[in-house]
Design a protein around this ligand. Structure first.
Ligand code: ATP
Ligand code: MG
Length: 577
């Protein structure tokens, strides 16, 4: 299908001014280049140029899903509460889930994800091991009432996702499809022109244990990553923390109680005692889901990883200071030694080292020095509790970890039987016995991916689209629309290119050359074909490559073939493999 657009009739009101609300390049440029407009916080309208690019992202995703045998379908945005009650997520999802009632007072929600609907859809009809595996996907609108919608499409409230769900009778089958999905996700990133990295991740609200996130590397990314030359990479939310061992002299020192009046923080403690904060222990008090007191103790110089804490004590909450007296504990002086009777103590495994630690004495204005694990404090669970930091030894090879930032464009999960068990979705095996399905789920942020492409491909003048997602492939820019030779030559080039299947736009507006150049650079057409009076006098036009800034003069008679060659080369760079 040929695509021939005219700027004069294209609805593309570009903006000269920087939009004040935009903090990152993609947000700014999506607005300035007339790709989208804001409807409300985190909710956007896509204008024709934005929709053209979005459809290209969707098409790439579609091709890659089809290539691994996932089948496209479409599920509702509005979902009945009963299904969410069955899975148990109605009560745990929190305010991100937008809930509504119909005129009869029945409860619904706007789908933030579709595990419930898909499981309910297949459970009545997918029955036998013979029909498995099955993989289904959709490309559709999601709604999550994010606490802080920001950065335009990077964190919206309404956004487009490709979500796929698979059903299996064996772990091997799930593993195989999971790997096929991960392969497809890598190819999607490549075809979008992204610089990316797969990382170990936490599974968050979705559930399951085996999961990988695909990160587009960008300074503006919300995700902090650690990685190593050996290939290890993880979201710091999930990264295993291996703390550097800090040797320090004699360990068989006696336990001593020291007076530390009003010394509340680790920094104050270290300076009061004149010690390295790495010798101290920081202890946090939590109320467990069943109302008991729990202590989490970690090396004083490190930060608690809240996700790791949550996995160990699901539903526990940090204790408010006002509740401390109820439990007989004292802010600033908590510690694993001499904790109130019955306190559940989890300590970071680093504290297991036979080193003398400085801990709170569980008594106002006192700390203990020389506390040894085993001798002076007992621990119920040793665990990995802290957030990994750059410089820590890599969990795989022990080299120092490096830091990067990323935009999570997609994620794959092995869900196991979490939803199938809760929702009684079963199949029968060869012997007629019933089992819950093993499930996987897999999501690509379509709108977030589009923004990630722009985060990685832009300059001062505007967007620098990879050919695969540009709203069109080439723009013909006649510099004098009224000229008797210039416009006809430009129009001939434009229609000839379109006839050859090139996506082509002509800037037929009666505007100054400067305006046309600025808009072409802002919108980011991969190639510009500039038709001017001077060039035509020599029988040439100028071809500019947006990405490299390279300009070449091409004979008018060769222009179509030359541009077709350039565009074919770019197309094949991003083609399906
Ligand atoms: P995040 O951690 O960034 O909130 P998530 O892990 O909750 O995302 P998933 O449930 O894994 O997101 O959803 C799959 C994909 O949907 C994500 O990888 C991301 O690309 C996209 N996505 C999720 N939330 C948003 C959002 N608020 N705005 C735009 N895209 C989103
Ligand atoms: Mg995710």
């Amino acid at each position: 299908m040929s695509v021939a657009l005219k700027m004069s009739s294209l609805y593309a009101p570009t903006l000269k001014e920087e939009p004040a609300e935009a903090e990152v390049a993609s947000h700014r440029l999506l607005l300035r280049a007339a790709m989208m407009r804001k409807a409300a916080a985190g909710i956007y309208t896509f204008l024709p140029l934005g929709q053209r690019s979005l459809r290209k992202v969707q098409q790439i995703v579609r091709e890659e899903m089809d290539s691994i045998g996932s089948q496209e379908m479409l599920m509702p945005v509005v979902q009945p509460a009963e299904l969410w009650r069955e899975s148990g997520r109605w009560d745990v999802y929190g305010p991100e889930l937008a809930r509504l009632k119909d005129r009869q007072g029945r409860e619904f929600c706007l789908g933030p994800t579709h595990e419930e609907i898909i499981t309910a859809t297949v459970r009545d009809e997918l029955r036998s091991y013979r029909e498995l595996p099955v993989s289904l996907y959709q490309i559709h609108t999601k709604f999550r009432d994010e606490m802080r919608p920001r950065f335009g499409l990077l964190r919206g409230r309404e956004f487009i996702m490709k979500d796929a769900y698979s059903f299996h009778a064996s772990q091997e089958s799930l593993q195989e499809h999971y790997e096929a999905m991960a392969g497809a996700y890598g190819r999607i990133c490549d075809r979008l022109g992204l610089v990316w990295r797969p990382v170990e991740a936490d599974s968050g609200q979705i559930g399951g244990k085996v999961t990988t996130e695909f990160m587009a590397l960008a300074e503006s990314g919300e995700a902090a990553l650690v990685y190593c030359e050996c290939g290890y990479a993880a979201n710091v939310e999930a990264a295993e923390a291996v703390l550097p061992y800090v040797p320090r002299g004699k360990t068989s020192v006696p336990l001593e109680k020291v007076h530390t009046p009003s010394v509340l923080t680790i920094a104050e403690l270290a300076s009061f005692l004149g010690v390295d904060p790495r010798q101290t222990v920081k202890t946090m008090a939590l109320r467990t889901a069943d109302g008991k007191l729990a202590f989490l103790s970690i090396p004083g110089d490190r930060e608690l990883n809240p996700l790791k804490a949550d996995h160990l004590l699901p539903g526990a909450e940090l204790l408010e200071e006002t509740d401390f007296p109820k439990f007989g504990i004292h802010r600033g002086f908590l510690g694993p030694s001499g904790a109130p009777e019955g306190t559940f103590i989890i300590a970071d495994r680093t504290l297991k080292a036979e080193l003398a630690w400085i801990v709170g004495a569980n008594e106002p204005d006192y700390h203990l020095t020389g506390a040894l694990p085993g001798r002076d404090f007992a621990v119920d669970v040793w665990a990995d509790l802290v957030t990994a930091e750059p410089g820590d030894p890599c969990p795989t090879c022990s080299s120092p970890l490096m830091a990067a930032r990323g935009i999570e464009v997609s994620q794959v999960f092995q869900l196991g039987t979490k939803y199938s068990k809760a929702m009684h979705a079963t199949y029968t095996d060869e012997s007629g016995a019933e089992h819950p399905f093993l499930m996987g789920c897999y999501g690509v942020g379509i709108t977030r991916s589009l923004a990630a492409v722009i985060e990685q491909h832009n300059d001062e003048a505007g967007i620098v689209w990879p050919m695969s997602v540009a709203p069109a492939e080439v723009a013909v820019l006649p510099l004098a629309v009224g000229d008797s030779e210039v416009y006809p030559a430009a129009e001939a080039l434009w229609s000839e290119l379109a006839a050859r299947g090139i996506e082509c736009v002509i800037d037929d507006r009666d505007e100054r050359a400067g305006v046309k150049f600025a808009d072409a650079d802002l919108i980011g057409w991969p190639y510009q074909a500039v038709v001017g009076k001077k060039g035509l006098a020599d029988g040439t036009i100028e071809v500019k490559c947006r990405a490299t800034g390279e300009r070449s003069h091409v004979a008018v008679s060769d222009a179509v073939a030359h541009l077709c060659g350039l565009i074919e080369a770019e197309r094949s760079r991003f083609a399906a493999r």
